[in-house]
Write a protein that binds this ligand. Structure first.
Ligand SMILES: [Zn+2]
Length: 125
């Protein structure tokens, strides 16, 4: 058996960073989502190949599809937070610091992660 380190960002097509055409957060609930189907396909493949990995869930995704988080945990994967809404810190900084409104968004994945006993990892996109 060989060892590998494999991580997955669990996010949707409309969570793309640094692209001006990416829809704003307010529009996300109304968009066609592929994250459930694609994550399920990956989990099936990991199960078939007996691979364990770390899945970094956006809290926005975990709120809407909590069964994906539970399924990943049940399969023995590590689940971690990838922030709430996939924002780049340097795009929300004002004069080099994080405004209170942005601080709320970047820390709001903690309650979601705690609900699933997931590891909260401080990381950028
Ligand atoms: Zn990401």
């Amino acid at each position: 058996m060989s060892a590998c380190v494999f991580t997955v960002d669990v996010e949707d097509w409309f969570h793309i960073l640094d692209v001006p055409s990416t829809p704003p957060l307010e529009q996300w609930p109304g968009l066609q989502s592929d994250v459930e189907r694609n994550t399920r396909r990956m989990l099936d493949l990991f199960r078939e190949k007996q691979v364990k990995c770390t899945l970094f869930f956006l809290a926005w995704v975990a709120e809407r599809w909590p069964h994906l988080v539970r399924e990943a945990l049940a399969d023995g994967h590590e689940v971690a937070s990838h922030g709430y809404a996939h924002e780049l810190v340097y795009t929300i900084l004002v004069s080099g610091s994080l405004p209170t409104s942005a601080r709320r968004r970047t820390s709001s994945s903690k309650p979601v992660a705690a609900r699933f006993s997931a590891t909260v990892v401080r990381a950028s996109a």
